[in-house]
Design a binder for this molecule. Structure first.
Ligand SMILES: [Zn+2]
Length: 408
């Protein structure tokens, strides 16, 4: 047994004033319990770091450690209390764990590492044999640590975006750093107040350094930017715009398909995604499918052509050329005369000034679209987030690019 206690003393990298008292092995419980004892007469005050006399020991505590040969390993100890001249009696910090953590530094670091690289939170939790609650606790602490370390360097390009939450019935608003490609903060609801509060989370200096913000054409977002970042350009980004165009194409298709269906023609039924696909990413089969539909000379095909024609807009070299193109495109839309397309065109015209800002900054929420795939990981494991707080923590854990490392 002596060698086992020595072994654990070395394995845990304990300071000399801590000793391993016993190592209790439960074969049936598949558990190793390591009891540690503080032998020193002096204790460091956790507040000021000065060494004071040992006063007594606090109550017994337990910490989950990394498994030993697949045996769950638990450290048990009573932390010494220090009598500090300045701060009175204080419980010392355990050298193997972060304050208020039920896990050792090594275990917690391993859990964070695993969660970060696992595309499935449930699988990581199972592998660690941790409850949902424990996983949430580790993530919450990791995010808080990361946010406190976040450098407050200038952020020139921001994005305001929304994500669905609670199986799509509710929304959260996110503030993204478009250069770093990360989520800075998440707030509940999709409102002007949420957008304002997000921008308020920046300090005065940061606010002044923002050059442009990419956001949807939604008025409350625009107002928040104008009010709080008056010097910044608003850029209505292409990803939101292409979403509106796609919705318009689909509105045309639904109406047309319904009318054809009444006459027994079912060619447009189930064709929704054929019209929405990006032509560059189509496989041969999908291209044939589209060509067949285009040959049918449907109104939907005309709407589809207008949507695709608009892609040229983003490829132009400057705002003047884009503005000229927009007039040409608008005329085409009017000639074709499909109401859903005309509606989008009018909306774009109303916001054209803040769409043309794209050519000055060339920012889009594309970065946050990339973040969406990570947010899918978060959502896939959600099973209905009851609490906004845990959803926020998970978004920041996976998409915040935070330094969440534990310091030994
Ligand atoms: Zn002190």
């Amino acid at each position: 047994m002596q060698s086992l206690t020595n072994h654990y003393h070395q394995l845990l990298g304990l300071p000399s004033n801590w000793t391993v008292e016993t190592v209790k092995l439960s074969i049936t419980g598949k558990q190793v319990e390591i009891r540690l004892i503080y032998a020193g007469n002096h204790v460091e005050c956790p507040v000021c770091g000065q060494t004071g006399k040992r006063y007594d020991h606090s109550g017994e505590q337990r910490w989950r450690h990394l498994d030993t040969m697949q045996f769950e390993t638990i450290l048990v100890a009573r932390l010494p209390r220090c009598e500090c001249k300045e701060h009175g009696v204080k419980t010392a910090q355990a050298p193997w764990a972060a304050r208020h953590s039920r896990f050792t530094l090594l275990f917690e670091s391993f859990a964070i590492e695993l969660l970060q690289h696992c595309a499935n939170i449930k699988a990581a939790a199972d592998l660690l044999r941790l409850s949902w609650q424990a996983v949430n606790q580790i993530m919450r602490r990791a995010v808080a640590r990361g946010l406190s370390r976040r450098n407050t360097e200038a952020m020139a390009y921001l994005g305001i975006d929304e994500k669905s939450f609670k199986a799509g019935h509710q929304y959260v608003t996110t503030l993204n750093d478009l250069e770093q490609g990360c989520v800075l903060e998440v707030l509940e609801h999709r409102t002007g107040e949420a957008a304002k509060a997000l921008l308020e989370s920046l300090n005065q200096q940061q606010k002044q350094q923002v050059k442009a913000v990419a956001a949807d054409m939604w008025q409350p977002f625009a107002s928040a930017v104008r009010e709080l970042l008056p010097q910044a350009d608003l850029v209505h980004d292409r990803f939101h715009i292409s979403k509106y165009l796609n919705e318009a194409v689909d509105a045309v298709r639904r109406k047309e398909s319904r009318m054809l269906d009444q006459a027994g023609d079912r060619r447009l039924v189930g064709s929704k995604y054929v019209w929405l696909r990006n032509p560059e990413q189509m496989r041969e089969q999908q291209r044939l499918e589209l060509n067949k539909l285009l040959a049918g000379e449907f109104k939907t095909g005309q709407a589809w052509a207008l949507k695709n024609l608009f892609r040229v807009f983003w490829q132009l070299g400057c705002a003047d050329a884009a503005s000229t193109f927009f007039e040409y495109w608008s005329r085409r839309v009017d000639e074709v005369g499909l109401t859903p397309m005309i509606k989008v065109k009018e909306m774009l015209r109303r916001h054209l000034v803040n769409i043309l800002t794209y050519f000055r900054h060339r920012i889009t929420n594309a970065v946050s679209e990339g973040l969406n795939s990570k947010i899918q990981i978060v959502k896939a494991s959600a099973r209905g987030f009851r609490q906004f707080e845990s959803y926020r923590n998970r978004i920041l854990f996976y998409c915040g690019k935070l330094n969440m490392a534990l310091e030994a």
